[in-house]
Design a protein around this ligand. Structure first.
Ligand SMILES: [Zn+2]
Length: 65
């Protein structure tokens, strides 16, 4: 299983794709994005349209879940 970047904003937890920095509300979607991004080197619009935000700098070190 691919480890997912965990983003904590206030009392909410979100999950980010470590490759493109898109943030998702559920870890499954973040994992799907990350595996797609790793394999294809670009984002899948079907996945990224479910993103709730984006980390300004992809690769930013956040707390790992
Ligand atoms: Zn991604």
């Amino acid at each position: 299983m691919i480890p997912t970047l965990e983003v904590v904003l206030g009392s909410s937890r979100y999950y980010a794709c470590e490759v493109c920095g898109m943030i998702y509300a559920d870890s499954d979607t973040a994992r799907s994005c990350e595996s797609w991004c790793s394999a294809h080197g670009s984002c899948n619009m079907e996945i990224t349209k479910r993103a709730i935000g984006k980390i300004r700098r992809a690769g930013l070190r956040l707390k790992r879940s």
